[in-house]
Design a protein around this ligand. Structure first.
Ligand SMILES: Nc1ncnc2c1ncn2[C@@H]1O[C@H](COP(=O)(O)OP(=O)(O)OP(=O)(O)O)[C@@H](O)[C@H]1O
Ligand SMILES: [Mg+2]
Length: 372
């Protein structure tokens, strides 16, 4: 009887040899596990099952399934009578996961395997997995929140586009050319904002579903930094706002050049928009893991920086720290792109007090080159 724990949730015959061989116990499983024998009596009711159902293992063990686990579907039909695992179709090997109810309205996600030693033979054991519904409800809530935020973000620029165009159409004659130009410029900027937001949302959906495609080729990181800084100065930033420091020798880097531009563009824009003073960009070799070399890029500014307590949140979707913030998607996308390259990104405090973002990328050379 060495397999029986003091919790009494598991009968001795519930612990198959393979479980035992692994040093595993049914109570170690994260999900609820209920096993019934060939007559439908419960032989195992682990700790998670007890937590999810609020039924004490002592009450369940040895009892028929229908009374130990009186599940009903959402229409109130008795689940065991409906599915009839022991008497039903002999080809059936289980039940996919369903949302079922216990007395009192407690929701449980239930799936089952019918163990038949030979195909079409009688069921000798019924293995049932139970999961609580909190995790699923949490994802549903976060989806609902995402939709609400996206709708809100799209509505404000569209309200302005609609407002200005309607006003112009209704009262065209009454405005001077300058007033019309001002309104059209606002409409133009807001339409750009919507387009950009949609592009960001598409990036996010690719990142979240692991579909971000990388077209890797050799990338000269120092040149990419210079190009991005030039783009900023051409757009009106004074040239002395930026300082570029590049180490003498850098390891090779295979990456997606467009995505690297997106990362640098976002970090530079943040440093200019949210930071102050001089923005320093350093490119240097880095040790990613013991003996794995790569490239590190650090972007520091001299602004207020990011408060210690918010550092954990800057890379989350829609988080923005100040009123000057945009949609709060920039850093989430940056992190997604860096990680898709196998790299990492961190945030910290710069020497002069501003924010400092540092990302590292492994060499990333295609396999046929690194084998040679
Ligand atoms: N260099 C920085 N200095 C101070 N705060 C920063 C800096 N970079 C980012 N932040 C803070 O982190 C927040 C999130 O940045 P993120 O780039 O994700 O979004 P955003 O810039 O607000 O909007 P978006 O990039 O989507 O237009 C910003 O709103 C800002 O408060
Ligand atoms: Mg940003």
């Amino acid at each position: 009887m060495t397999n029986v724990r003091t919790s009494g949730s598991v009968a001795a015959d519930c612990v198959p040899a393979s479980f035992d061989g692994l040093g595993l116990h049914p109570d170690d499983l994260p999900h609820g596990l209920v096993v019934a024998d060939d007559s439908g009596r419960v032989t195992c009711f682990n700790a998670a099952a007890a937590r999810i159902t609020a039924v004490r293992p002592g009450e369940a063990l040895g009892r028929p399934l229908e009374s130990a686990l009186p599940l009903e579907d959402l229409d109130g039909r008795r689940w065991w009578a409906l599915t009839d695992p022991y008497g039903g179709l002999a080809t059936r090997i289980g039940q996919p996961e369903r949302n079922l109810l216990l007395p009192g309205g407690r929701q449980v996600l239930v799936s089952a395997r019918y163990i038949r030693p030979r195909p079409g033979g009688p069921v000798v054991r019924l293995v049932i997995q139970l999961r609580g519904t909190e995790a699923r409800r949490r994802t549903e809530r976060s989806h609902a929140e995402l939709i609400a935020t996206v709708a809100h973000e799209l509505r404000s620029p569209l309200t302005s586009v609609k407002g200005f165009t309607a006003t112009l159409l209704a009262k065209w004659e009454r405005f001077t050319d300058d007033q019309k130009r001002l309104m059209l410029e606002t409409v133009d900027a807001d339409a750009d904002r919507v387009t950009r937001l949609i592009a960001e949302l598409l990036d996010i959906s690719r990142i979240d579903s692991g579909r971000l495609e990388l077209r890797r080729q050799p990338v000269d990181m120092a040149a990419a930094v210079r190009r991005n800084v030039e783009a900023r100065t051409r757009a009106g930033q004074p040239a002395d706002r930026f300082e570029i420091k590049v180490a003498d020798s850098l390891p090779p880097l295979w990456a997606d050049p467009d995505k690297i531009d997106q990362v640098l563009g976002n970090l530079l824009e943040n440093a200019v928009r949210h930071g102050e003073g001089r923005v320093t960009i350093e490119v240097s070799p880095a040790l990613i893991k013991a003996r794995t070399e790569g490239t590190a890029v650090t972007v520091s500014d001299e602004g207020p920086g990011i408060p210690e307590e918010s550092m954990g949140r800057v890379f989350t979707r829609f988080w923005r720290g100040s009123k000057r913030g945009g949609t709060g998607l920039g850093l989430y996308i940056v992190k997604g792109i860096v990680e898709a390259h196998g790299g990492t990104i961190t945030v910290g405090r710069a020497v002069k007090g501003g924010a400092q973002f540092r990302f590292t990328l492994p060499v990333g050379a295609p396999a046929f080159l690194s084998q040679g």
